[in-house]
Design a binder for this molecule. Structure first.
Ligand code: FAD
Length: 465
């Protein structure tokens, strides 16, 4: 055998959960080792958040360039060099993953390449193609993330693609079928629709983006339809037939069996945690259903020196949740009294328009018996939105009736992804509608919509009757 290498804190997986945990643990004085079998940055930086947002941005630019005649701008010969779009996207990813490596090294975190496997509660084996090394640790943080679910009837092939394949296409498809109208399916549908692809979405439930209020998802639906997309809800995708250059997807809707032909089918029906090949059973870590690792409020598993964060634990599979939990786990390991509080965790869809939500929705508050005032202000009544020619959407504030405390917010509209941050802060800081209304927002900005929604909550808006 080899000589074990000792470390204080061993992090498995270098996605937004793991690399953030490693950096914070090192900042707090731990000797930290991080093991990564793939590429630093995990799903988010390599094949998730970042490349999808790059593709969405490129598609949006193209769309805007082609369709600005309503404000007097006509462009001829607008063309897409999709190879160049992909190269640019790859460059963005490379810059960020390189940045993560620099940050880890700068914080003196040992980066180990290979696949980690637990031997016992203080020992890990790391294997790469030609070697194996044993590590002993005081604490470990499991941050191995998740992978796309594969449907038995839709095995991934050259034309049946998961999100990674969908992001890596080398040419713009003429037609795609997207199974799953969740946020990943909807975002990529929008991106390709902007590039001119004819999109058919097959969604099993009665609504796409069904985690969001209907008024919000309706805006996205309308916009997708305007771009020629077909959205078929309550549709059960059954099988696919593939030829050299096309796919035919069979689905059932209202008891009727139908088919749709396309260049590719994207299967975007959810993700499952990477917890099946880690040796967790060797350590006796307790699991919840579907491969999720059980943790307490300090991200600790049932084995007290082993922590778990990100997509392998309960809660929304989002990068900022993984990073937040990473900081909590590192602080708990360093002896700080930290614990998780998801009250102000935002959820964002980078659709057109963008959707964002934080804290309570009106319906959730009502379900919990909290009396609320729900106050809305439309983008269409805001000067900046008009001057940007983007007037679809609204800000909705959910405030507690008794004292005006801001407990939630939903935004549909351009820049909703950025605007939601102010409302997350308002919730974290325990602010009231009055606090928001009396905060001076620069004019003309989209931020004023939030200020005006707060005035609506107080019953005295200036710019709406
Ligand atoms: P991951 O990012 O999955 O990283 C886990 C890492 O662990 C991987 O690098 C993996 O190689 C490594 N690993 C696994 N097993 C082992 C092992 N045994 N040994 C060593 N290493 C191992 N979230 C958002 O918040 N905003 C978005 O806009 C967004 N867009 C997305 C778009 C797409 C197309 C997809 C697929 C996801 C998107 N997400 C988004 C979700 C986000 O990517 C994940 O929630 C996030 O990456 C989870 O972080 P993590 O650290 O838990 O795991």
């Amino acid at each position: 055998g080899d000589f074990p290498i000792e470390t204080d804190t061993l992090v498995i997986g270098a996605g937004p959960g793991g690399y953030v945990a490693a950096i914070r643990a090192a900042q707090l004085g731990q000797k930290v080792t991080i093991v990564e079998k793939g590429t630093l940055g995990g799903v988010c930086l390599n094949v998730g958040c970042i490349p999808s947002k790059a593709l969405i941005a490129a598609g949006h630019r193209y769309e805007v360039a082609k369709h600005s005649d309503d404000i007097g701008i006509t462009a001829e010969n607008v063309k897409v060099d999709f190879t160049k779009v992909q190269e640019w996207k790859a460059g963005v990813v490379k810059k960020l993953t390189g940045g993560v490596e620099g940050l880890l090294k700068g914080n003196k975190v040992d980066i180990v390449r290979g696949e980690a496997y637990f031997v016992d509660a203080n020992t890990l084996r790391v294997m790469d193609e030609n070697s194996a090394q044993t590590y002993t640790f005081k604490h470990a943080i499991i941050a191995t993330g998740s992978r796309p679910i594969e449907l038995p009837a839709f095995k991934y092939t050259k034309r049946v693609l998961d999100s990674t394949g969908a992001l890596a296409l080398t040419e713009i498809p003429k037609k795609i079928v997207v199974i799953g109208g969740g946020y990943i399916g909807t975002e990529l549908s929008g991106a390709y629709a902007n590039f001119g692809t004819q999109v058919t979405i097959l969604e099993g439930t009665d609504e796409i983006l069904n985690g969001f209020e209907k008024q919000m998802s309706a805006l996205v639906k309308r916009n997708l339809k305007k771009k020629g997309a077909e959205i078929i809800t309550k549709a059960l995708a059954k099988s696919v037939q593939e030829t050299e250059d096309s796919v035919t997807v069979t689905y059932e809707v209202k008891g009727e069996v139908k088919t749709v032909e396309a260049d590719y089918v994207f299967v975007m029906v959810g993700r499952k945690p990477n917890t099946d090949e880690l040796g967790l059973e060797q350590v006796g870590i307790e699991m919840a259903e579907r491969g999720i690792i059980k943790i307490d409020k300090q991200c600790r598993t049932s084995v007290s020196n082993i922590f778990a964060i990100g997509d392998v634990v309960e809660g929304p599979p989002l990068a900022h949740k993984a990073s937040y939990e990473g900081k909590i786990a590192a602080e708990v390991i360093a002896g700080h009294p930290a614990q998780i509080d998801y009250l102000a965790i935002p959820a964002v869809v980078f659709s057109d328009p963008e959707l964002a939500s934080v804290g309570y929705s009106e319906a959730q508050a009502k379900a919990e018996g909290i009396e609320v005032i729900a106050a809305k202000f439309p983008f269409a009544a805001n000067g900046r939105a008009l001057a940007l020619n983007t007037t679809d959407g609204f800000v909705k504030l959910v405030t507690r009736k008794e004292d005006g405390l801001v407990i939630g917010a939903q935004i549909a509209g351009p820049s909703a992804s950025d605007m939601i941050a102010e409302l997350g802060l308002a919730i974290e800081a325990g602010m009231t509608a009055e606090d928001l209304a009396m905060t001076i927002h620069a004019h003309p900005t989209l931020g004023e919509i939030t200020m005006e929604a707060a005035e609506v909550a107080m019953g005295s808006p200036i710019h709406i009757i």
